[in-house]
Design a binder for this molecule. Structure first.
Ligand code: FES
Length: 110
């Protein structure tokens, strides 16, 4: 299997069901950008370094995801709109374990 199905709710509340490749070393932030689910310049600002939180999303399904790194935890502790299920999309590498994952993009930080 090389693609997983993801459900992504954009910042306008619209649900997108998309296929994401597991074999291209992509992370969730890059997938959102490649499908243009958030306007350019509002997501992935730091380039995926866990330094901006523009890729924050809420995990809506019960998938087991890899533990947060210290960098991700530190960034989320400073970000706005953080919830218990917040993660940084750029720190989530697309893997087969994510098939069926449902996420919602966090609001843009002002
Ligand atoms: S893109 Fe900046 S923290 Fe994810």
């Amino acid at each position: 299997m090389t693609d997983v199905k993801l459900k992504i709710i954009d910042r306008d509340g619209v649900l997108h069901e998309i296929d994401a490749p597991t074999d291209m070393n992509m992370n969730l932030m890059e997938v959102v950008r490649s499908y243009e689910l958030a306007p350019e310049g509002t997501i992935g600002i730091c380039g995926g370094m866990a330094m901006c939180a523009s890729c924050q999303c809420y995990i809506k399904s019960n998938h087991e995801l890899p533990e947060m790194s210290d960098d991700e935890e530190a960034m989320l502790s400073e970000a706005f709109n953080v919830k218990d299920n917040s993660r940084l999309g750029c720190q989530l590498h697309i893997s087969e374990d994510m098939d069926g994952l449902e996420v919602e993009l966090a609001p843009e930080e002002a």
